[in-house]
Write a protein that binds this ligand. Structure first.
Ligand code: SF4
Ligand code: SF4
Length: 219
């Protein structure tokens, strides 16, 4: 008798366990899905958190200006040598010279996303984008120039070439004249040779003006 009651008790426990399991399954069946289907939904429902650090970028305003002043602090603070900053000197309209950012190179492949560069930038010029799709076929493609946009139109124009002094101009003219004479003489010599005459000696074109005999200079 005891065996029969234990039998029905275990059957009851089995049915209860089955119903509990089916309840969990049924609940998950109607719960909204949290698993993302990638890449099918990359442009529809895929949401990446704003604070996700995917790639270092320079901040640009609407006119295309970035705030970087090429101070190099981020480069100094980066523990991995991920940042390399090249600078250039530009002349401002008032004639003063200013150091400006030429190339801001960033190697995504060696970045540890520590944010030291972002937090120590005195100009608040850097941020991390959450553009997570960074797969490339070669490591070289992970090295990026962050100031990739063209300089805005109001950037200072390159300094005009300084005007030549009269002495420099005279020197260039004299050299050009000498070259022309040498070519003329060489042509005359070739013509004379062809005609069987003894050619006159042609002046040398590449001799510097200072090496000419004094008589030449005086004539
Ligand atoms: S990003 Fe900031 S810290 Fe780095 S060079 Fe530019 S201004 Fe300096
Ligand atoms: S996040 Fe860290 S490792 Fe990456 S560039 Fe900035 S300082 Fe260097």
């Amino acid at each position: 008798m005891a065996n029969i009651s234990e039998y029905f008790k275990s059957v009851g426990q089995g049915v209860k366990s089955l119903l509990t399991g089916m309840g969990v399954t049924g609940k998950e069946l109607v719960t909204p899905k949290i698993t993302e289907q990638y890449p099918e939904n990359r442009k529809t429902t895929l949401q990446i958190a704003d604070r996700f650090r995917a790639e270092l970028t320079l901040k640009y305003d609407a006119e295309g200006h970035h705030k970087c002043i090429a101070c190099g602090i981020c480069q100094m603070n980066c523990p991995n040598g991920t940042i390399k900053i090249d600078t250039k000197m530009v002349e401002l309209p008032d004639g003063k010279k200013k150091r400006k950012l030429d190339k801001y190179m960033y190697d995504l492949g060696s970045c540890t996303f520590c944010m030291l560069c972002v937090t120590t930038c005195p100009q608040d010029a850097l941020e991390f984008s959450n553009d997570f799709e960074q797969a490339v076929f070669t490591r070289g493609k992970l090295v990026k120039q962050l100031n990739y946009r063209p300089e805005p139109a109001d950037a200072p124009a390159p300094a005009p070439k300084p005007a030549m002094s009269p002495e420099e101009l005279a020197k260039i003219k004299a050299e050009a004249l000498k070259k022309a004479e040498a070519i003329k003489a060489a042509k005359a010599a070739a013509a004379a040779k062809a005609a069987g005459e003894t050619p006159a000696e042609a002046p040398k074109a590449d001799k510097p003006a200072g090496d000419q005999p004094k008589n030449d200079a005086q004539s």
